[in-house]
Design a protein. Sequence first.
Length: 280
Amino acid sequence: MPLARRRPRLRSGRSCFTAPVEEQPTVTLASGREMPLLGLGVWQLAAGREAEQAVEWALEAGYRLIDTAAMSRNEQSVGAAVRGSGVPREELFVTTKLPPPHTDAARQLAKSLDRLGLGYVDLYLIHWPLPFGNTRVWHTLESLQEQGLAREIGVSNFGVERLRKLLPRARIRPAVNQVHLSPFEFPSDVLEYCREQGIVLEAYSPLERGRGLRDSTVVGLAERLGRTPAQVLLRWAVQHGAVVIPRSARRERIVSNAQIFDFALGEDEMRVLDELGEAH
């Protein structure tokens, strides 16, 4: 899928942007809309100051994608940071998710929008596949998109077989499938199938909750490249065509994680990382 580059613009607001915002590449969704390749995940960030400050720092660093969920219990904090940032709403890409085991997607999205204090989200996902009823819930998401309450709709944690069951019954195809993706958790079949179907793959836990940062292979590559282990792991996912949403509450790591678009991994380096899952 083609990548585009978008230069965010800033306006005056509560947050003080002290450094220039770098251009952030985007990926083009099936609808033609652009989705940033880099985002901030806020899973397990405490509601209140921790989550709000992390979002503020991310927006300062040039992030334009913020990924939350009803299950994260910090939508209110995310919304406060987004609204107070001074960044025009149309330049932001806010994701939230239908909490399992709920199937009343319209009611749950209304609750999320109320907590976020936003009129719409840019992406609404089925957070986990349901034992039954994925198609019925998906049709509700299609209606929510047609109403403008969710600009894009998608799924999360869907494997190839679940996608194969859903797609023939869908009027609107999922724009995104968010899955656990890293060199240590590499569902290459899902990656390939989504690519064939025009579905963007989005990687959560791309740093393996910090475990990947200590792997000797990753550390060795990072040292040779003059990069951090996190940057190597994020770059690997991006070069596979995935959107990445690393989570951090530390300002220096949020800034560092954004610096992945000025270098590339070679074929041999990608191959070594691809094979890490087999070695663990």
